[in-house]
Design a protein around this ligand. Structure first.
Ligand SMILES: C[S@@+](CC[C@H](N)C(=O)[O-])C[C@H]1O[C@@H](n2cnc3c(N)ncnc32)[C@H](O)[C@@H]1O
Length: 207
């Protein structure tokens, strides 16, 4: 089981730092992810400060996050404190579950997978966006060196060394998504890679 990061310490700077670490691409990746949603309701799982707010303005959104401080900055109307591993909803409650840059924080992904599947309506979507390592072994080494320097530097500058060390280490928590996500109950799964070296993935599951 992975030890989750405590984002409370960095909640005020979270969006700025996210933009810096992804060179501003996080917004376009989130928009790209949202384009795959079915119309209707969305559970924004690990919504944090609500970074997907603008992409979700035509949807009926429920924002869920375990961190009350992150949620205090979140603009969605319906906000619920909770975890992906234990969702406080009936089965078949949502047309979609959206999960952006959260998966590496979830310590029990198998449990969360079952919970997410349970709350999605038949035909609904589970959209998962997160960072990983590039597939190519040379690019993987370069990526490891780059993220080591960048994330430790930001940790030192913002005096949140532990949180940024977690973000660095979490990139190696799971196998490549093509392997890690392949065992599932969904009807279909499409995985697309983005970013320099393909270190960001978008997984679109259909129930
Ligand atoms: C890196 S932030 C991502 C926030 C937002 N989704 C985004 O796109 O920027 C990760 C969020 O996941 C939340 N989180 C941590 N553990 C979680 C869990 N077990 N279930 C749901 N969310 C979790 C954290 O509190 C944090 O707000």
């Amino acid at each position: 089981m992975n030890k989750p990061a405590n984002f409370s310490n960095i909640h005020k700077y979270y969006d700025l730092i996210n933009t810096l670490t992804t060179l501003g691409f996080d917004k376009s990746w989130r928009s790209q992810a949202a384009k795959n949603l079915n119309p209707g309701s969305v559970l924004d799982l690990g919504s944090g400060t609500g970074a997907s707010y603008e992409d979700l303005n035509s949807f009926d959104v429920t924002a869920l996050d375990p961190d009350e401080q992150m949620l205090s900055l979140n603009k969605f109307d319906r906000k619920i404190v909770g975890k992906g591993e234990d969702l406080p909803f009936n089965e078949n409650s949502f047309d979609n579950v959206l999960c952006c840059f959260v998966w590496r924080n979830i310590s029990e992904t198998e449990k969360a997978m079952n919970e997410i599947y349970r709350v999605i309506k038949p035909g609904g979507k589970f959209i998962l966006l997160d960072m990983t390592r590039p597939k190519n072994s040379i690019l993987k080494i370069l990526h490891k060196i780059g993220t080591f320097i960048l994330l430790h530097l930001i940790g030192l500058i913002t005096i949140n060394f532990k949180e940024y060390r977690f973000l660095y280490k979490s990139l190696d928590f799971y196998p490549q998504p093509e392997i890690h996500l392949s065992k599932n109950e969904y009807l279909s799964l499409d995985i697309t890679r983005f970013g320099m070296f393909g270190f960001v993935y978008l997984a679109v599951f259909t129930k």
